[in-house]
Design a protein around this ligand. Structure first.
Ligand code: GLN
Length: 446
């Protein structure tokens, strides 16, 4: 059914880069055999899953939507992909994205842009745009995405589905092709909050292969879905509802807050005073980390090697010039500059200090409130092509998601309305490792 749906819809949506049709049929047959023999069912038994193409999958092409990795066939699977398999999910294929997860519209894919299933003239968001569009179009039951500055939450909002960025360290990054290692986090994109809890349950947990993996007990996330939010204290940052926020988005958020009031929760306006610095801080830090992480793509170890180099340096230069797209090059240059001697203190180190202040803003609010609620993105999806010539405007789309990433805390986007037929997302932000409260509040609203 999943492949039939893909055949029917993916010519216009273009969510997939690689299909795993033979592999998936074999996996499904094995599950069926096991069931016939009286075997147990895993948590995600038989569910068709899509995986973002920066999560490595053994024997299944993993391109990061880059020409550089157009021939990269991994010899191992990411921990998250392996855990999906351990839970008996079936891998349908690999999903389109912005190249190396750099972008917010899927237009930076070096293959083709994915389109928004609600209206194919519009972007699905990004960078996990394929992951969001595929779930919204009913091609897969759920997908995995990655979120560095909003890349799960924003496409979920644009495509009218649920996207959860877990606390940094909750889900192993082993086998996630690194963009910005101190920010990257894998999470589920699903049709509803209950599914999100199930998928999180399957992929969360300590992994000795990821040095930043948190060694904590994993709660029962579905048990948190009680429907009860009485007495929850919600802070609503005035910075997330001010200038630059589409009035229709603001109205949808205010309506959601009324729902919470009616369910017995309370809310008050709060302030996250360093929000103005978040975008600059993020783009310095994320680009710095990216410039270091992407140094491994040299034409020798991974992916495509340029033809006819004059010497070794020329091999690096040609492979990188041909392999990376314009946005990736822009970030590598920005990051290399910020890390250069003489500039390190002024940019990278300064950005690290501001990051601490931004995290402090959240710590302060969470002394008095259980959750923070605002929009996921300032506007609904925009038209394909509308912002491509203007990277700075594109960067501003992340104003509500980036501070959360810098603080390393969990947040979910759930649908909260539409404007001109395009979905709007509500962002619910929680304390570190308190995914249970985030999911409970999202579920009660849904
Ligand atoms: N849009 C942001 C960027 O371009 C976030 C990307 C992400 O979370 N991977 O960096």
């Amino acid at each position: 059914a999943s492949y039939a749906r893909i055949k029917e819809t993916d010519e216009s949506i273009k969510a997939f880069l690689t299909l795993n049709e033979d592999g998936a049929r074999t996996e499904a047959r094995e599950l069926d055999n096991r069931l016939q023999q009286g075997g147990e069912k895993g948590l995600l038994f038989g569910l068709p899953a899509g995986i973002k193409d920066n999560i490595v999958t053994e024997g299944l092409l993993t391109t990061c939507a880059s020409q550089f990795l157009s021939n990269y066939n991994p010899i191992y699977s990411a921990t998250s992909a392996r855990k999906l398999k351990d839970a008996d999910a079936v891998t349908i294929g690999k999903l389109n994205m912005d190249e190396f997860a750099m972008g917010g519209s899927n237009e930076n894919s070096s293959y083709y842009p994915t389109r928004n299933p609600w209206n194919t003239d519009y972007v699905p968001g990004g960078s996990s745009g394929g992951s969001a569009a595929s779930v919204a179009a009913g091609q897969v039951y759920f997908s995995l995405g990655s979120d560095t500055g909003g890349s799960i939450r924003q496409p979920a909002a644009y495509c009218g589905i649920v996207g959860l960025k877990p606390t940094y360290g909750l889900v192993s990054r082993f086998g996630l092709v690194a963009f910005a290692s101190s920010l990257d986090q894998i999470g589920p994109l699903t049709k509803n909050v209950e599914d999100s809890a199930y998928v999180l349950q399957a992929i969360a947990g300590y992994d000795a292969s990821d040095s930043t993996s948190a060694n904590i007990d994993i709660p029962d996330y579905t048990a948190a879905l009680t429907g009860d939010v009485k007495g929850l204290r919600i802070g609503v940052p005035k910075e997330y509802l001010g200038a630059g926020i589409d009035p229709r988005v603001k109205e949808a958020v205010m309506n959601a807050l009324k729902v919470y009031e009616s369910l017995g929760a309370t809310w008050e306006e709060v302030s996250l005073p360093h929000t103005d610095y978040a975008i600059a801080t993020y783009y310095l830090l994320a680009s710095s980390e990216a410039s270091s992480n992407l140094a491994r793509f040299d034409g020798v170890r991974y992916g495509v090697r340029a033809d006819n180099p004059d010497n070794l340096i020329d091999l690096y230069r040609k492979s990188r010039s041909q392999g990376f797209g314009p946005e990736v090059k822009r970030r590598i240059m920005l990051g290399t500059y910020a890390l250069s001697s003489g500039y390190y203190d002024a940019y990278y180190l300064k950005a690290q200090k501001v990051r601490t202040l931004i995290k402090g803003d959240f710590d302060n609010i969470f002394k008095q409130y259980d959750l923070i609620i605002g929009p996921t993105a300032p506007t609904p999806a925009f038209r394909i092509g509308e912002q491509v010539g203007d990277p700075l405007t594109m960067y501003l789309n992340d104003i509500c998601t980036i501070p959360v990433s810098l603080a390393g805390i969990p947040a979910i986007s759930v649908p909260c309305g539409t404007a001109d037929g395009l979905p709007i997302g509500l962002q619910i932000i929680g304390k570190a490792f308190d995914e249970s409260t985030v999911l409970r509040a999202a579920h009660a609203f849904e």
